[in-house]
Design a protein around this ligand. Structure first.
Ligand code: NAD
Length: 251
């Protein structure tokens, strides 16, 4: 179908998990997708997946690399800032290096991406009478809800929500919308790594499943449609929102 026809959309962390499912879903809806990730080998597999997808290696921690990519690309209609990292532990297990890494990858990277791509998005939105949309990946583990061993992660994802609302407020009259996405527990490669790293992986998987009243993990394809909606003009009256897709955790 064509819900994203004529839209150019950049996705970070698009080589696996939610970013990958979203890049594929956006291409199916007719978008021109720039799928970016730090993992070149995984991106290669995606390069020929769909004629609507082009890939580019991008480390969202590298401001120069972001500027160089932006200089090659047309103005964006949509930006999905998906890259992020889960630090496991309480405050007592979080040293300054771990804190700084989480905030750099989960928060400052979004500031870098938005600062670089926003001028082009706003110009285009002005010419076209709106249609620019940013979706920032937050989490239910954030200002929404506290979880054990998500000290740096929860703080960083709460910051994503604050940044999202500030962006929405600043640019609402310029045709740009900005929303924060908060998934429940999603079965992705990094979740599998977190389960495998637990002292009792079988119990860890049960505990992750038990978080959701729906009694299962999400798959990435449960999350991607919400991003498609937020990037599409169907959500044209929606901005500054914290959008939960959590299998009932926050009922
Ligand atoms: P994942 O963690 O399995 O994959 C992450 C991807 O990010 C990888 O392809 C990796 O190469 C890429 N990446 C890592 N560092 C990068 C960098 N510096 N620059 C660019 N790309 C980089 O995928 P996921 O579990 O779908 O997580 C994606 C996002 O969703 C994260 O922000 C995560 O916090 C968030 N999230 C995940 C869950 C979950 O349960 N899986 C729940 C809520 C929110």
């Amino acid at each position: 179908s064509t819900r994203l026809q004529n839209k150019t959309i950049l996705v970070t962390a698009a080589a696996q998990g939610i970013g990958l499912a979203t890049a594929l879903a956006c291409a199916r809806e007719g978008a021109q997708v720039i799928a970016t990730d730090i993992n070149a080998a995984l991106l290669d597999k995606l390069a020929h997946a769909s004629p609507g997808i082009r890939t580019a290696v991008l480390d969202v921690r590298n401001a120069d690399a972001i500027a160089a990519l932006a200089a090659e690309l047309p103005a964006l209609d949509g930006l999905f800032n998906c890259a992020g990292y889960v630090h496991h532990g309480s405050v007592l297990e979080c040293d300054e290096a771990a804190w700084d890494f989480s905030f750099d990858l989960n928060v400052k990277s979004m500031y870098r991406m938005v600062r670089t791509f926003l001028p082009g998005m706003l110009d285009k939105a002005e010419k076209e009478g709106g249609g620019a949309s940013i979706v920032n990946m937050a989490s239910m583990a954030s200002s929404v809800k506290g979880f054990q061993n998500r000290f740096a992660y929860g703080a960083s994802k709460a910051a994503v929500i604050g940044m999202t609302k500030a962006l929405a407020a600043d640019h609402v009259k310029q045709g740009l919308r900005c929303n924060a996405l908060c998934p429940g527990t999603v079965d992705t490669p990094s979740l599998r790594e977190r389960i495998a790293a637990a002292p009792d992986p079988v119990q860890a998987e049960r505990d992750f499943i038990a978080r959701q009243p729906m009694g299962r993990l999400a798959v990435a394809e449960d999350i991607a449609p919400q991003v498609v909606y937020l990037l599409s003009d169907e959500s044209r009256f929606v901005t500054g929102q914290v959008v939960l897709v959590d299998g009932g955790v926050t009922i």
